[in-house]
Design a protein around this ligand. Structure first.
Ligand SMILES: C[S@@+](CC[C@H](N)C(=O)[O-])C[C@H]1O[C@@H](n2cnc3c(N)ncnc32)[C@H](O)[C@@H]1O
Length: 189
C-alpha cells in the first residue's frame, strides 16, 4: 500500500523500509496481534501508515522537521490522524507514557543500543522489538575493506550491537536475512 509514498521516497532519496522488510514487519504485526506500536524514525510516515493500515495504533518519533512535516501531511492525506501520532523530537529525549506491544527501531543506525535501552522499559512482557538495517546494505561483513573511517566506525557499532542483542538473555532474539537484515526480539521477563 501507499505506493505513491514509496515512489516519492525513491525519487527524493529518502530511506524507507524495503518491500521485503515491510512484509516481515507486517507479518509479525498480524502473527503477534500487535495493537500498539512505538516507531523510532518516521521519515515521511510510510512504514507508520502501513502498520496503522492493519489496525495498530502507532506513535512514531522523528527529529527532522522536514520529515516530520511530510509525515504529518501524508497521514492527513490518508486520514490516519486518529491512528498515528507523530512526535517531533530527538527520540533520545522522548519518554513514552504507555506500554507498547511492538517497538520498531529504524533511526540513526549507530544508536540502536541506546534506543533499545531507552524504550524497552515501555515494552510489555511478550512484546517484540524489530530493528531494520542490521546488514547495512551488505557492508557488515566487509568492515576491514571500508576506506571511510566514519562508515567503518558505524559498521563496527552495528556489529557490536548485533552481538550484544543475541547475548541479552532477557530477550529471545534472531537476526534474519530479510530486507537489509532485521532483528526480532521477544521480551521474556
Ligand atoms: C530510515 S528513516 C525511517 C524510515 C521509516 N521508518 C519508513 O520505513 O518509512 C530514519 C529516520 O529516522 C530519523 N532519525 C534518526 N535519528 C533519530 C533520532 N535520534 N530521533 C528521531 N528521529 C531520528 C531520521 O531523521 C530519518 O527520517
Amino acid at each position: 500500500m501507499f505506493d505513491d509514498l514509496k515512489e516519492y521516497a525513491l525519487i527524493n532519496h529518502i530511506p524507507i523500509i524495503k518491500d521485503e522488510g515491510l512484509s516481515f514487519l507486517l507479518l509479525n504485526i498480524k502473527k503477534y496481534n500487535i495493537k500498539d506500536v512505538l516507531e523510532v524514525g518516521s521519515a515521511i510516515g510510510y512504514s507508520a501508515l502501513n502498520m496503522a493500515s492493519l489496525g495498530a495504533k502507532v506513535t512514531t518519533i522523528e527529529r527532522n522537521l522536514d520529515m516530520y512535516n511530510e509525515a504529518i501531511n501524508n497521514i492527513s492525506k490518508y486520514n490516519f490522524q486518529d491512528k498515528i501520532e507523530v512526535v517531533y523530537m530527538d527520540a533520545l529525549s522522548y519518554t513514552p507514557n504507555k506500554l507498547y506491544d511492538l517497538i520498531f527501531i529504524d533511526a540513526a543506525k549507530a544508536q540502536n543500543q541506546k534506543f533499545f535501552l531507552r524504550f524497552t522499559p515501555f515494552l510489555k512482557v511478550g512484546g517484540i522489538v524489530i530493528i531494520d538495517n542490521l546488514n547495512f546494505h551488505g557492508l557488515i561483513d566487509e568492515i576491514d575493506d571500508i576506506k571511510s573511517k566514519n562508515l567503518r566506525s558505524m559498521l563496527k557499532k552495528i556489529k557490536a550491537f548485533r552481538e550484544w542483542l543475541i547475548d541479552n538473555s532477557d530477550y529471545k532474539s534472531e537476526i534474519i536475512d530479510v530486507g537489509d537484515g532485521m532483528s526480532i526480539s521477544i521480551k521474556l521477563k
